[in-house]
Design a protein around this ligand. Structure first.
Ligand SMILES: [Zn+2]
Ligand SMILES: [Zn+2]
Length: 292
């Protein structure tokens, strides 16, 4: 037996390119955590997934340049503006005629993102339509809760989340590791909800929407977001190893977020508030089957 399945390229690797929620922010008080809206790179070994196309996808594209694969699978949590407006600015991908960008959307009763994106990326809101862009877009619709099966045999599980118009949570399993993306979500009266608890149970990493503090939350009830405390409650109940809080409130400065992170780590030492460009490597601990 070779050690191939245990070598570094088989790790499950997460990289945050945008961790700000609702709208981007900038300025001297927002340098450490960053200002881009949601975009997360997930690598199952070499295999690439991108979650959300907030403004962070511009930085993602600029970083990887021509090293991006010819086919990019982009999984939308949902289509609110902070999760889609960067799409046309992932330049190395969209300017390449050989490239296919496959989008996946699960919160529209099975419809794809095509119609919504065609409304956004069209004059007068945007100078051209997506079909005028050199790369080819292929839009897939599914129902949150279904498992996505890709042609290379990789599967990604999904879950509907409580959010205005709904959102989709994702679970990636690779080489004995599990990482979940649970954003955007608002906690309910019963917390953690049994289906969510089951979905994230035993995960190595859960990325969770902790946009508001518990003090801010009552004034923002119904807006579709949660708190870091609810993330800790979920991860404790589900035996999750690491918690990464995402979708930071645009007005939360670096100083405030550092303070919140101290409180968070007092409750759960392995938890953190995600920073732009931060990478989390979950080393492979199971042999990956050879491709058939
Ligand atoms: Zn959002
Ligand atoms: Zn949203």
């Amino acid at each position: 037996m070779t050690m191939k399945g245990l070598s570094a390229p088989n790790d499950l690797t997460i990289r945050f390119w945008g961790v700000r929620g609702s709208t981007c922010t900038s300025g001297p008080n927002f340098v450490e955590f960053g200002g881009h809206t949601p975009c997360v790179e997930v690598r199952c070994g070499e295999r690439l997934f991108v979650i959300d196309a907030g403004t962070g996808i511009h930085a993602f594209g600029a970083h990887h340049g021509q090293n991006l694969p010819k086919r990019i699978d982009l999984l939308f949590s949902h289509l609110h503006l902070d999760h889609v407006t960067g799409l046309a600015f992932c330049k190395p991908a969209v300017l390449d005629r050989e490239r296919e960008i496959h989008t996946y959307c699960g919160n529209l009763d099975g419809a794809s993102a095509a119609e919504a994106l065609d409304r956004l990326f069209a004059p007068p809101l945007f100078p051209i339509t997506l079909d005028m862009i050199p790369a080819r877009f292929v839009h897939h619709g599914f129902r949150s809760g279904e498992t996505l099966h890709f042609s290379d045999g990789v599967a990604v599980d999904t879950l509907p989340l409580r959010h205005p118009q709904g959102a989709t949570g994702y679970r990636f399993r690779h080489a004995g590791r599990t990482a979940c993306y649970i954003s955007d979500i608002e906690h309910g009266e019963v917390w953690p909800e049994p289906d969510l608890l089951h979905f994230v149970r035993g995960a190595d990493l859960v990325m969770f929407d902790g946009m508001f503090t518990e003090g801010e939350y009552p004034a923002c009830r119904g807006w579709g977001h949660s708190t870091w405390q609810k993330g800790v409650d979920l991860c404790r109940a589900a035996d999750v190893r690491q918690l990464g809080i995402v979708h930071h409130y645009p007005q939360h400065s670096d100083a405030l977020l550092r303070d919140l992170e101290q409180q968070l780590q007092a409750a759960m030492p392995t938890a953190f508030l995600a920073r732009e460009r931060q990478e989390v490597v979950l080393p492979a601990r199971a042999r990956v089957p050879e491709p058939a």
